[in-house]
Design a protein around this ligand. Structure first.
Ligand SMILES: [Zn+2]
Length: 69
């Protein structure tokens, strides 16, 4: 006969905050994994502009990445 809520502990676990890919601030729940809507928009626009295209790699002249010891 108690009115006290019994299931208050049943809360979705928080996601671990990540540093915002745009500015490095801790991510916000609502804008995960970004810290704000602004950073999310920036990231999206970057995608749309194709700035995330893989840059021309210079891996042909890397003696340390030969795959052998
Ligand atoms: Zn940010």
């Amino acid at each position: 006969m108690s009115d006290e809520p019994e299931h208050t502990a049943k809360v979705a676990p928080l996601r671990k905050p990540l540093p915002c890919p745009e500015c490095g601030h801790p991510s916000h729940r609502e804008h995960y994994p970004f810290c704000s809507d602004r950073c999310r928009t920036q990231d999206l626009s970057r995608w749309l502009k194709g700035s995330y295209a893989i840059p021309v790699a210079e891996d042909e002249s890397n003696p340390d990445d030969d795959g052998r010891f």
